[in-house]
Design a protein around this ligand. Structure first.
Ligand code: SR1
Ligand code: MG
Length: 436
């Protein structure tokens, strides 16, 4: 890491536009960042730069800057939500929270997040490592690529980041200060509270769905058991502040090669329940599962690739639990360490039972959050390319309806589904139903 200094912009004001925030564009970027020594060291002289804007997310500008020495990513927040436009104003502070989160999550599982080279709070700019030849995991799942290390790497990341950011690990004073810091990320937490847990279950103008699904959406708004699950899970998200979450850990927040998986886009970071990040990821993997019949050429290929996705889900969870258990045994400390009650009294079994109780609770939360994620990606504002790229509307409706059916089942029955095998069986049964 070269530098991460909020004061840097005022030390060297000629490096950026002094004073007021201004959005970058490919033409102005070399002039505005061309004298920044971190940029020159990594990319080369500004006259050699080629700049392209590649952001395809819902919120920010993302530029790739290539030059004679190398390349970097420059990410900048806009003062509004890109997906909607200027009618949805947003503060620029999300870059500050993302910078703080990337630093912490990166230290908890070294090598799994991009290096941050430079950060400017006023301009809401981060200069980061350009991950090449990585692609967004969603795109790899649409293309049907098999990634042999994916499940293990993401399971390890989840265990390390979520355990080491929790009261099982952190020093009390640091943890409380951090809790206060990320409590300030109110705008983005508010988006999750509304878009994830509430919008899909009532008639909100932000919502949209595929034409043939309007009746399904209406039925969901009248589904009391599902809405009870949604409000209970929202309460857990808001009140169970177990760890520092990535906060938006879907398959668009992971970049992959055959060998490597990297975690990006942590601007939604906030303290919340451990199962939230895991559920977001597994929910998106199940969504990818239900989209496959539209993206593979034959039924056999669909079934083979779907089996691979279900295997990844099992691998993520098994790796997560094994690593979480190792950290529990070897690193446990902090406010909730509790060794005085168990190991220090010679009661190793008690410590294992406490671990199992936590894992059980995390699994139940994981299923619940996955089920809600599967609803909001079909009925809410933020949809996913796995479904949006299906040109045949009738087929898209079938895929999305199956996702809703599974999402409902695992959210409502989250206390009764024993393990990933049972959850994957639900996916397979729903996929096989031809009345849908
Ligand atoms: C207005 S932001 C909509 C969604 O995009 C982000 O990626 C988050 O998932 C958020 O819910
Ligand atoms: Mg994002």
């Amino acid at each position: 890491m070269i530098a991460m200094n909020e004061a840097r912009a005022s030390d060297a004001p000629e490096c950026t536009v002094p004073g007021k925030y201004q959005p970058l564009d490919p033409q102005s970027l070399p002039t505005r960042l061309g004298r920044l020594r971190e940029m020159v060291a990594l990319v080369g002289p500004a006259k050699t730069w080629r700049v392209s804007e590649v952001g395809d997310g819902n919120l920010n500008l993302v530029f790739i800057v290539e030059g004679s020495k190398g390349s970097v990513v420059v990410k900048q927040a806009l003062p509004y939500a890109r997906v909607v436009g200027e009618s949805w104003p947003m503060s620029l502070d999300r870059t500050y929270f993302e910078y703080q989160a990337l630093t912490r999550l990166g230290a908890r599982d070294p090598g799994r997040l991009p290096t941050v080279h430079w950060f400017d709070r006023t301009q809401a700019i981060m200069v980061m490592e350009h991950l090449i030849p990585h692609v967004i995991l969603r795109k790899a799942l649409i293309a049907g690529r098999r990634l042999p290390n994916l499940g293990e790497q993401l399971g390890l990341y989840l265990a390390r980041a979520l355990f080491r950011g929790s009261d099982f690990s952190m020093d009390t004073a640091v943890r409380k200060a951090d809790l206060a810091l990320f409590a300030g990320n109110v705008e983005l937490s508010g988006i999750t509270e509304d878009l994830f847990f509430t919008d899909p279950f009532h008639d909100h103008p932000r919502n949209r769905c595929t034409k043939g699904l309007s009746a399904d959406a209406e039925a969901i708004r009248g589904d009391r058991d599902l809405k009870l699950a949604a409000v209970a899970l929202k309460a857990r998200f808001c009140s169970s502040l177990q760890t520092l979450l990535h906060g938006d850990f879907h398959t668009g927040s992971v970049m992959v090669t055959e060998a490597d998986s990297r975690v990006i886009d942590a601007e939604f970071a906030v303290y919340g329940p451990i199962g939230f990040d895991i559920g977001s990821l597994l929910g998106n993997l199940w969504l990818a599962f239900f989209a496959q019949s539209a993206h593979r050429e034959t039924e056999d290929r669909t079934a083979e690739y779907q089996a691979w996705i279900l295997g990844v889900i099992t691998r993520v969870w098994d790796t997560f639990t094994a690593e979480f258990a190792r950290l529990w045994r070897e690193e446990r400390g902090g406010i909730l360490g509790g060794r005085e009650l168990f190991e220090l009294q010679g009661d190793a079994i008690g410590a294992e039972l406490a671990l199992q109780a936590h894992l059980q609770e995390i699994w139940q939360d994981t299923l619940g959050f996955a089920g809600i994620e599967m609803h909001r990606r079909v009925l809410g504002l933020a949809h996913i390319p796995e479904f949006e790229t299906i040109a045949d509307q009738a087929l898209r409706v079938r895929c999305e309806r199956r996702a809703l059916e599974m999402g409902r089942y695992i959210a409502v029955h989250r206390g009764k589904i024993a393990n990933t095998q049972a959850a994957n069986d639900v996916a397979a049964i729903v996929e096989a139903r031809d009345c849908i």
